[in-house]
Design a protein around this ligand. Structure first.
Ligand code: BG6
Length: 633
């Protein structure tokens, strides 16, 4: 795993640091002996998870055999001021910070949740992929499901098996049979001293303090209680009592011998999952983003989206920054997989370029991780005011203006992206666009069912591991290459065909966080003017696929015969080998299907810009002049 590599490069973090991928919220459960101010410590610990996102927050506290539940939308501090969370009495309880993926951020969707009655309480993080059908099953069997939040189903699942077994341990263990997806949850009963937690694909760590124990989504929220921690593996569960944390295997309930270890990780390192910067953490979360977003796409009722696409006479896409670059790749997918043109435009140019050509049966895809980019909201308002077409948002921030106002929206399910330069959100957008193009292609007959299943299978089964392999294989090469580019202030990044948008994204990353001029453009266009800049050692990056390298070597030659320096990103290929002078100039990605090539090619470019930025003494998470979301024109 890459983190071992980084410890030799960046910090000497102990190997027990277990990197979890995406989690979309943060849970904290504490059981204490003698405390009666459980709200105070739960809020203090939850505040340490704010970097994971904060649409809403809640606390369930057990006091004198009754569970009190207070929750609302807003940050920890705002809701604490509103509801007095830290004043809640009790000796045990669960808190949850929610980053919405399913269901908008509302009071009723906030966590924790009750089960059918108010005797059982709990909260989750992650995604329940069978949310739609399991919610229906619970309601049909008489469960009182109050919200649209998938986390509530975890509590009802435990409730269901508690009714059958009368045993909380068994109920928690058996509940995981009903729940599909990547999640962890904590749950307790008013009449039981202990709290239980389960790890099924999302992070969970426990701590043994002084007369109190804690289970949480992430280490930062454990540290205020103790540094004596136990890391869990998937398929494990734990029972918290005031003085012990016992770990069990979910499959057979067998107790496992897990002793707590003192961690030396400080809280700031822990917030970044042990990585030096959020950007590096988020690059490494990309394999899990693929799993999560494919789980959401395949678990959702995507008919609604596909009908919008199918009924449209013309498809447009408007986006900005990295989201636009993802849209460019999307256009190639729509052409190739659906045989349908997807007309792309940068948000700010859309009205001038297409405002008068839009018709009422057109569809506008609006791709925006924040859902608040003003350039995109301008397009949304234009389409609505002119009543020329429908809008389909592809958005990460649930509860954003785009989410609420588009005719429909697709959640990007990436979790909270902290770093200003987009990485995992760009990756999620390319996966969603490939998925939509494939599903549309199947519906309009461009793809037969078998081919469509093959592509969807590649996205959900192969891409996560290939993305991880790409990270592991290219990180050190990208780091070494970055050190050879320290003096470079000007370069090009060229793509062809499916890597057109990828090259633009690689160039944008270098511009955003290295403060260099790097132009992303089409490689066949380079000879029509920009080639004049090439002199000895002038660097030009070529982003290639196995399908187009025969063409791209012509463009590479145009640079090499003028003694320019060519840097190649792509699979190991004989056609390209003669054009690589040394190992650092060949960022080799794993062999993969042509459709996955462009998705993998972006990773070494993200890593190259990251290492170059750090080498230049820049904080890649907070580049000067930029902001995560621009709500201005
Ligand atoms: C810029 C960000 O302000 O907006 C980029 O710095 C981002 O990272 C662009 O790609 C578009 O943002 P959004 O939220 O509309 O995808």
């Amino acid at each position: 795993m890459l983190h071992n590599l980084f410890w030799s490069v960046f910090t000497a973090l102990p190997s027990e640091f277990d990197f979890e991928g995406i989690d979309l919220c943060g849970i904290t459960g504490i059981v204490s002996l003698g405390r009666n101010n459980i709200g105070e410590i739960l809020v203090k610990c939850s505040r340490k998870l704010t970097y994971r996102g904060y649409d809403s927050v809640g606390v369930a506290a057990v006091f004198e055999g009754k569970v009190e539940l207070r929750k609302d939308v807003g940050t920890v501090d705002a809701v604490d001021r509103l509801l007095g969370l830290s004043m809640m009495k009790g000796d045990r309880g669960i808190a949850q910070l929610r980053w919405a993926t399913y269901g908008p951020p509302t009071k009723v969707n906030a966590q924790p949740h009750f089960g059918c009655d108010e005797a059982i309480y709990g909260a989750h993080n992650g995604n329940i992929h069978n949310y739609v059908e399991y919610r229906r099953e619970l309601v049909e069997t008489g469960h009182k499901v109050r919200s649209e939040n998938d986390g509530e189903l975890c509590v009802h699942a435990v409730d269901k098996y508690y009714e059958q077994t009368g045993d909380m341990f068994e109920a928690v263990r058996l509940s995981t049979r009903d729940l599909k997806g990547a999640f962890s949850f904590a749950v307790g009963r008013a009449d039981a001293k202990e709290i239980y937690a389960v790890k099924m694909g999302s992070s969970l760590v426990a701590g043994v303090g002084n007369n109190e124990t804690i289970a949480s989504s992430d280490l930062p929220s454990v540290l205020p209680v103790t540094s004596n921690v136990i890391y869990l593996a998937d398929g494990e569960m734990l029972r918290l009592t005031p003085d012990t944390v016992k770990v069990y295997r979910v499959s057979d309930g067998r107790e496992l011998d897990r002793r707590p270890e003192i961690t030396t990780v400080d809280i700031h390192t822990a917030e970044k999952g042990g990585y030096p910067h959020f950007m590096l953490k988020e690059i490494n979360e990309q394999p899990k983003v693929v799993q999560d977003v494919m789980g959401v796409l395949q678990g959702s009722k995507s008919d609604r989206w596909l009908k919008l696409l199918e009924d449209a006479s013309k498809l447009y896409l408007a986006a900005c920054g990295s989201s636009y670059n993802a849209g460019v790749l999307g256009a190639y997918y729509f052409n190739r997989l659906a045989g349908v043109p997807l007309v792309t435009a940068i948000g700010g140019q859309f009205e001038q370029m297409y405002g008068h050509t839009l018709r009422e049966d057109d569809l506008c895809l609006l791709v925006s991780q924040s859902g608040e980019t003003k350039d995109i909201l301008n397009v949304l308002n234009l389409v609505k005011q002119q009543q020329t077409g429908r809008t389909l948002g592809i958005v990460n921030v649930i509860g954003s203006t785009l989410m609420f106002n588009a005719d429909s929206y697709i959640p990007m399910a990436c979790g909270y992206e902290v770093s200003v330069p987009a990485t995992k959100t760009y990756f999620s957008q390319t996966v969603i666009l490939a998925y939509l193009a494939t599903m549309l292609g199947e519906r309009n007959g461009r793809l037969d069912r078998q081919e469509a299943r093959r592509v969807i299978g590649m996205l959900s089964e192969q891409l996560p591991a290939l993305a991880q392999e790409t990270i592991d294989r290219t990180a050190i090469i990208a780091k070494n290459l970055a050190s050879t580019l320290l003096g470079v202030k000007d370069l090009y990044c060229l793509g062809y065909g499916l890597t057109d948008g990828v090259a633009r994204e690689g160039a944008l990353k270098i511009k955003e966080i290295c403060y260099n001029h790097c132009e992303g453009m089409y490689s066949s266009e380079f000879k029509h003017g920009p080639l004049s800049i090439v002199t000895k050692n002038y660097p030009v990056i070529f982003v290639t696929t196995a399908e187009d390298s025969w063409m791209v070597i012509n463009h590479i030659n145009e640079v090499k015969c003028r003694f320019g320096r060519t840097i190649i990103v792509g699979e190991k290929e004989n056609t390209l080998e003669p054009y690589v002078d040394n190992a650092t100039d060949y960022l080799v990605v794993p062999k993969a299907d042509i459709l996955l090539n462009p998705m993998l090619d972006v990773i070494p470019l993200q890593l190259l810009s990251y290492f170059l930025s750090v080498n230049l003494g820049i904080d890649p998470d907070l580049p000067r002049n930029l902001s995560k979301t621009l709500t201005v024109d």
